[in-house]
Design a protein around this ligand. Structure first.
Ligand code: 6PG
Length: 274
């Protein structure tokens, strides 16, 4: 299998960033459908991807992607009903899924309205079924893993609902976990690094100057995934891309000698950076 290729692509504006992300999404879909007859993608939550989802629902992407062959999952969900304004499912449905012909049975939402532990267990069963892996670790082979996982990054270094110091960051077996996240005072259901890191491609989408300092820590600072969970994302047999706009990338060229990790919570002994 190919080794991980990390690329950081910096785009001059938010619009250029979303166009690049839409192009990447469509290219991944075309390749997966050609290779295996379907495209299995995990959407990210939060506000950044809303513009991407709206773009994918317009031409040329609406006509370019074979939506009937697409299976949609989520990287995480807030434990709220599906019609709640905070629901990541609702965000994607309003911006994209209500406007393109993804079959209803191919939309696999995390049931935020259910007991969090039950919802996480049910989601893991659903993933294991579609990836034909009833137990054990995910396979890193085509059609048995995500073709694409879209992720965002919070200004505290979290991604999906992998927040600093939470158990899911360190999980080594479960694919999906529920956890009460004090940082946002709510229960969340999240994919764990176990399943994310088996993906064929993981693409972070980061926009805005408020993310610049954290992006520099994540990409250039010491490896401390407990404190910076976005650093836990390292596909072993896949591709990792960071698509960022110029404002988010503003600090990347600065020297890193002042990043010592002193002001970050002490994490586990950092694994060797790839
Ligand atoms: C969520 C997301 C989360 C998000 C980051 C960035 O449910 O909130 O999955 O990981 O991607 O918090 O959010 P913004 O795009 O809103 O900055």
């Amino acid at each position: 299998m190919g080794t991980t290729v990390d690329t950081v692509e910096i785009y001059p504006t938010g619009d250029a960033l979303m166009q690049a992300a839409a192009q990447r999404f469509a290219a991944c879909a075309e390749a997966a459908i050609q290779a295996a007859g379907r495209f299995v993608v995990a959407l990210s939550g939060g506000s950044t991807p809303k513009r991407l989802y709206a773009l994918l629902a317009t031409e040329p992407y609406a006509g370019r992607v074979q939506w009937s062959r697409v299976h949609v999952f989520w990287g995480d969900e807030r434990c709220v009903p599906p019609d709640d304004p905070a629901s990541n499912y609702r965000t994607a449905r309003e911006a994209l899924l209500s406007r393109v012909p993804v079959p209803e049975g191919n939309v696999h939402r995390m049931r935020g309205e259910d007991d969090p532990g039950s919802a996480a267990a049910a989601y893991e069963r659903e993933l294991r079924e579609i990836f034909v892996t009833p137990d054990g670790p995910p396979a890193c082979t085509p059609a048995r893993r995500f073709d694409l996982v879209l992720l965002g990054m919070g200004d505290n270094g979290h991604t999906a609902s992998l927040f600093p110091g939470t158990p899911a960051v360190r999980e080594t077996e479960r694919w999906v976990m529920a956890q009460c996240v004090n940082a946002v005072s709510m229960w969340r259901v999240t994919l764990t690094p176990v399943i994310i890191n088996s993906a064929a491609e993981v693409t972070f989408l980061v926009s805005g100057g408020e993310k610049a300092g954290m992006l520099r820590r994540v990409l250039k600072g010491p490896n401390m995934p407990d404190a910076l969970p976005a650093q836990a994302i390292a596909p072993g047999h896949g591709r990792l891309r960071w698509l960022v706009d110029a404002t988010a990338a503003a600090d990347l060229e600065r020297s890193c000698d002042d990043i010592t990790g002193r002001d970050l919570q002490p994490g586990r002994i950092p694994a060797r950076r790839r």
